[in-house]
Design a protein around this ligand. Structure first.
Ligand code: ATP
Ligand code: MG
Length: 352
């Protein structure tokens, strides 16, 4: 019996060393994660942790691009713990995935500085998220740091020399900047220090919010959180935006562009039920309440194992510190080696 177990574990150890490459992605520790994060990127992270070496960062430096007052900055500490709990609760396995805090590995800042010489201001001004952030947060002039957000992201991705970046659609333009910087560096210094990483967009590239106005976002009050309890989810679903032309259940409605059906498509595994609801909706043979109640059931089923894992990990808070310390210890030598390779390729003076 023991022999069998030993062989099995030897095989699984061997398999875990044969990885297709590295993944890096992460989130700003500015608040709890929601269903949009799940379909946009978390699902891919969970799925790929067996086949790739996965690194996840709590991007606390990136959080500084929006708010620098002490209250917001110090809130990133507690938010980071919540972020790690969100990761663990969706099934990120800390034995397989390395989770770390961005500012715990400050060598990334040196790479950021080197990279900042390889891209132009107009190029960064053209990144579509810059205008979106400035509009939505009423910023008249971007700080130097906000403009450079994609350059720091390039340093995040490339200091572990990642090949794949699972992100929602809105972030694809940032990965493009990373690719350009990697290419530029390798060409400029005639080397192959950096891979050109690919973006991997999730099954639902952009999940709309419950208000159907904008993408689901932690800051817009239109999000269903992975940490919401049963009653909160039910209330959010029952209050969701739906086809406004439909004032009675016998009026034919349109499931296309209707967030209730977009969520059914994304989270209800019972395809036959969803198809039946859609055709009855089109024919004016089902009320919005029934469609929403079924969505609520599907979401509660989806969230049940997530809630269970969260409760399990919440009961052992010291584990989060251990995970983040192990992450820091794992990433630091990789990052420092990358910086050394970059400096050597550039011909910068050797560090003592
Ligand atoms: P939010 O956008 O909710 O305010 P944030 O700006 O802190 O949160 P991002 O950095 O935008 O978080 O998102 C982290 C990851 O989740 C990114 O890969 C992003 O593309 C993805 N993502 C966020 N919201 C959605 C969504 N509604 N649909 C799909 N993917 C999303
Ligand atoms: Mg965002």
């Amino acid at each position: 019996m023991n022999d069998v177990l030993e062989v099995q574990s030897a095989i699984s150890n061997q398999q875990s060393t044969i990885k297709k490459g590295r993944i890096l992605t992460g989130d700003r520790p500015t608040g709890p994660l929601h269903l949009g994060h799940y379909v946009g990127t978390l699902a891919n992270r969970v799925k790929l942790q067996d086949t790739y070496e996965v690194f996840l960062l709590a991007a606390d430096y990136h959080a500084l691009t929006r708010a620098v007052d002490k209250e917001h900055v110090s809130a990133t500490v507690g938010n980071t713990r919540q972020l790690v709990l969100d990761y663990l609760s969706v099934g990120i396995d800390p034995e397989k995935t390395t989770i770390y805090v961005q500012s715990d590995v400050p060598s990334v800042c040196e790479l950021h500085l080197l990279f900042s010489m390889l891209t132009t201001v107009p190029r960064l001004e053209r990144v579509p998220t810059l205008k979106e952030i400035m509009d939505s947060e009423h910023i008249e002039q971007p700080s130097y740091g906000l403009l450079g957000y994609p350059v720091l992201q390039a340093a995040d991705i490339l200091h572990v020399r990642a090949n794949l970046v699972p992100v929602g659609k809105d972030q694809a333009s940032h990965v493009e900047v990373t690719r350009e910087i990697a290419r530029r560096f390798n060409f400029q210094y005639d080397c192959e220090v950096f891979p050109e990483p690919e973006a991997l967009i999730g099954d639902v590239p952009t999940l709309v919010g419950t208000d159907n106005k904008a993408k689901m976002s932690k800051s817009l009050g239109n999000a269903i959180l992975l940490s919401d309890d049963e009653a909160t989810v039910r209330q959010k679903v029952m209050n969701m935006y739906t086809d406004p032309t439909r004032i009675r259940a016998d009026i034919p409605g349109n499931p296309d562009g209707n967030p209730v059906f977009q969520y059914h498509d994304a989270f209800n595994p019972n395809v036959a039920e969803v198809e039946d609801l859609k055709s009855r909706y089109r024919a004016g043979k089902v009320g919005d309440v029934e469609v929403k109640k079924k969505l609520n059931s599907a979401l509660q089923n989806f969230l049940a194992p997530i809630r269970e894992r969260r409760a399990h990990y919440e009961a052992q808070p010291q584990l989060i510190d251990e995970i983040l310390e192990a992450g820091r210890a794992k990433v630091t030598p990789i990052s420092e080696e990358t910086v050394r390779l970059a400096r050597e390729a550039m011909g910068l003076r050797r560090k003592a």
